[in-house]
Ligand binder design. Structure first.
Ligand SMILES: Nc1ncnc2c1ncn2[C@@H]1O[C@H](COP(=O)(O)OP(=O)(O)OP(=O)(O)O)[C@@H](O)[C@H]1O
Length: 336
C-alpha cells in the first residue's frame, strides 16, 4: 500500500518560487492500479522523484506499507526505497550486460547469494515472457522486450509498490497493449500496489482501477474509474469517453449532453425523448464505451428551436440518465 499525504514540492528559481506539487494526497492499496494523468508541466516527473525520494519533498509524507520514506535516513531510506520498483519510458538497460545480468543487477547491489539470484532471474524472466532471452543482449531485443526486462528488473527485490513513469509512451499500439496486459497480470500475482504515471487515456481505460488528474501540481479530480466516468461534468469523464469539447455550432438548436451507464446506456433514449416532446432530436456527437466492467454512453443532442430544452432534460432524467445544457458544463480542455 502506498499512502501520500499532503505532498508539496517548491523549487526556487532566483526570487521566484515554482510550486511543482501542491498538497497531493492519494492512497493505492495492494492489488490495485492507480493512474495519474496530466499535461506536460503538471508535476508528474516531480511526483515520481518525490515518491522515490530522488528529490526531497518540501512537505508531506510518502508511506510504503506504513514506513514513512520522508522520515527515513541513510540505510533505512535505502532499504525503504527497495520497496518501490521503478519502470521508466525507456528501460535504461546496461548494453554490455546480458538480459539475465541486467535483471540480476539490483540483487547484486544488495549482495544476494548467487544461487538465489540465478533462481530469481529465471523466475522473473519467465514471468515477463522472456524465459529464453536470458543470454541475449539489449541491442538484440525489440522496444517491447526491453521494457519487459525493465519490469523484471524492477521486480527483482520483491517490491511492494511498482511505479511506472510513462511505461508505454515509446511503444507502438500493439506492443503497448501487450505491456499493459503484463502490468495487469503482475499486480494480481504479486499483490502489488501499482502507480502508473501517463499522459495516455488509453492506459487509464485499459488497466487502471482508479485515476487522478494532476494539474498545476494539484490533484483536481480523483476516484474509482467507474465513479469518475459517471460524472456528466467531469473532465476525466469527458476525456475518457472521448466526447469532443463543446464548440459553438451556428444554425443549430440548443445543445444538451446526456450520460447514462449500465443497462440504461443501451436504451434508445433519443427515440423515446423525440417521441415524448414531439420533435426530432439529432445526435451531434457520441461515445459508447465499456470501462471498468460497465457500459457508459455520453451523447450530445441538438434540441430544435421551439422545443423547451428543459423538457428534454426532464424526460432524459426520468429515464434514469443524467442530462444538462452543454453550455452549463464546465469548459472541457483536453486533460493530457
Ligand atoms: N528542478 C526544477 N527547478 C525549477 N522548476 C522545476 C524543476 N523541476 C520541475 N520544475 C517545474 O515544476 C513544474 C512541474 O514540472 P514536471 O517536470 O514535474 O512536470 P511534468 O508533468 O512531468 O511535465 P512533462 O510531462 O513535460 O515531463 C514545471 O513548472 C517545471 O518547470
Amino acid at each position: 500500500m502506498i499512502t501520500v499525504r499532503d505532498l508539496s514540492k517548491v523549487y526556487r528559481q532566483g526570487n521566484r518560487e515554482v510550486r511543482a506539487l501542491d498538497g497531493v494526497s492519494l492512497t493505492v492499496p495492494e492489488g490495485s492500479i492507480h493512474g495519474i494523468i496530466g499535461h506536460s508541466g503538471a508535476g508528474k516527473s516531480t511526483l515520481v522523484r518525490c515518491l522515490t525520494m530522488l528529490d526531497k519533498p518540501s512537505s508531506g509524507q510518502v508511506e510504503i506499507n506504513g514506513v514513512d520514506l520522508t522520515a527515513a535516513r541513510s540505510d533505512a531510506l535505502r532499504k525503504a526505497r527497495r520497496r518501490i520498483g521503478l519502470v521508466f519510458q525507456q528501460a535504461n538497460l546496461f548494453d554490455s550486460r546480458t538480459i539475465a545480468d541486467n535483471v540480476a543487477y539490483p540483487l547484486e547491489i544488495i549482495g544476494a547469494p548467487k544461487a538465489r539470484t540465478r533462481e530469481k532471474v529465471t523466475e522473473l524472466l519467465g514471468l515477463v515472457g522472456l524465459a529464453d532471452a536470458g543470454a541475449a543482449y539489449p541491442a538484440q531485443l525489440s522496444g517491447g522486450m526491453r521494457q519487459r526486462v525493465g519490469i523484471a528488473r524492477a521486480l527483482a527485490t520483491d517490491p511492494d509498490v511498482l511505479l511506472f513513469d510513462e511505461p508505454t509512451s515509446a511503444l507502438d499500439p500493439k506492443t503497448t497493449d501487450e505491456i499493459l496486459d503484463l502490468i495487469q497480470s503482475l499486480h494480481y500475482h504479486a499483490n502489488l500496489a501499482v502507480l502508473v504515471i501517463t499522459h495516455e487515456m488509453h492506459v487509464v481505460k485499459r488497466i487502471c482501477d482508479s485515476v487522478s488528474l494532476l494539474e498545476g501540481g494539484r490533484i483536481v479530480e480523483s476516484g474509482r474509474l467507474v465513479d469518475v466516468v459517471n460524472r456528466l461534468d467531469g473532465r476525466l469523464s469527458q476525456a475518457l469517453l472521448g466526447i469532443p469539447p463543446h464548440v459553438d455550432l451556428h444554425g443549430v438548436g440548443t445543445l444538451v449532453d446526456v450520460l447514462s451507464s449500465g443497462p440504461k446506456a443501451l436504451q434508445p433514449v433519443v427515440a423515446h425523448v423525440s417521441k415524448a416532446v414531439g420533435a426530432e432530436i439529432a445526435i451531434l456527437a457520441g461515445s459508447v464505451e465499456h470501462l471498468a466492467g460497465t457500459t457508459f454512453s455520453h451523447l450530445r443532442l441538438e434540441v430544435p428551436d421551439g422545443v423547451d430544452p428543459q423538457s428534454v432534460i426532464d424526460e432524459l432524467k426520468a429515464l434514469g440518465a443524467d442530462a444538462a445544457l452543454t453550455s452549463s458544463l464546465q469548459h472541457v480542455e483536453e486533460v493530457a
